[in-house]
Design a protein around this ligand. Structure first.
Ligand code: COA
Length: 268
């Protein structure tokens, strides 16, 4: 691997990342900034909204096939997902499923860079994540759904659950994947549990390499656009869908703690 990376993916904004994953000259943005679909909830909380709500939907082709890349903007409120951005992601996934059913399959890539559900729009963000998860599960039974986690933030919170449902997860060493973010762990459990300013610790626990080696990601790539593009094309090379998810039966939540853990196969 060259030490001089000419085309960093992480240093690009969401729009440029989406364009870079599509075939040259094929990108066309849907519901872009001029549609002025920004969050109606932020101004009341003294936060300046962004006219694309930090989520970019880009149509085009990948390997000559119809494709859609949805990219979140880690520079706007940590790439967090509220009502509008969440609807853009879920809507794109649902349209890709309809495209498949109409006989025009659309390759779907989620280039996520996000601190998860937007704290300023908590309940709406939770609803959005459930819709996104639902739509991924429906689409991955028909064709691959590819996640690219290669931004500066990585993917945290509810969107890490959505990522885990994708059929291929491409991660870079500089990215991170985690459920509770370090800020949240420190706030809830104290600095002895997690010092959110200790960046080497954060990467040792949730960094891309660690996640790949532990089997949470399918491919570890360099922070380099051509490498990430080839990984995305490889992910679609085998168009076979995944079987439906078959989650184990959940134990009765009324059980006491130890019985619940035993029912989950965990020794209390
Ligand atoms: N909602 C709203 N804003 C968020 C956010 C979220 N879920 N996640 C991150 N941000 C904001 C931060 O508040 C910060 O804003 P500021 O620049 O105005 O201070 C900005 O995004 C960048 O985050 P920062 O913490 O400075 O960057 P970092 O690289 O050190 O860490 C995270 C990024 C995502 C790891 C860290 O912000 C974090 O732990 N967030 C919580 C993630 C989480 O547990 N989410 C659960 C919600 S489902």
């Amino acid at each position: 691997m060259s030490l001089l990376l000419a085309e960093s993916f992480a240093e690009r904004g969401a729009r440029e990342r989406a364009v870079s994953l599509l075939d040259p000259q094929s990108a066309r943005e849907l519901i872009g900034p001029f549609a002025r679909l920004s969050s109606p909830y932020l101004a009341a909380q003294s936060v300046v909204p962004q006219s694309d709500d930090g989520t970019v939907v880009m149509r085009g082709t990948i390997g000559g096939e119809r494709a859609c890349v949805v990219a979140t903007d880690g520079r706007f409120l940590g790439g967090s997902i509220g009502e509008i951005g969440g609807a853009k992601i879920a809507g794109s996934l649902e349209l890709a499923r309809r495209d498949f059913e109409r006989g025009t399959p659309t390759r779907m890539v989620l280039a996520l860079d996000t601190g998860g559900i937007r704290l300023q729009e908590a309940n709406l963000g939770i609803l959005a994540v459930t819709e996104i998860c639902d739509a991924i599960v429906a689409l991955r039974m028909l064709m691959p759904v590819v996640a690219v986690i290669a931004g500066r933030v990585g993917v945290y919170g509810g969107l890490s659950l959505s990522t885990a449902l994708c059929s291929t997860i491409i991660v870079s060493e500089g990215a991170r994947i985690g459920l509770n973010g370090p800020d949240v762990v420190e706030t809830e459990s104290g600095i002895d549990e997690m010092d959110s300013s200790d960046r080497p610790l954060i990467w040792r626990v949730t960094g891309g390499r660690m996640r790949f080696e532990a089997g949470f990601a399918s491919e570890l790539v360099a922070d380099d656009v051509p490498s990430i593009r080839s990984a995305v094309e490889r992910a679609f090379a085998d168009p076979h869908p995944l079987p439906p998810l078959d989650p184990p039966e959940f134990p009765d939540p009324q059980l006491d703690r130890d019985a619940f853990l035993r029912a989950m196969g965990i020794d209390p």
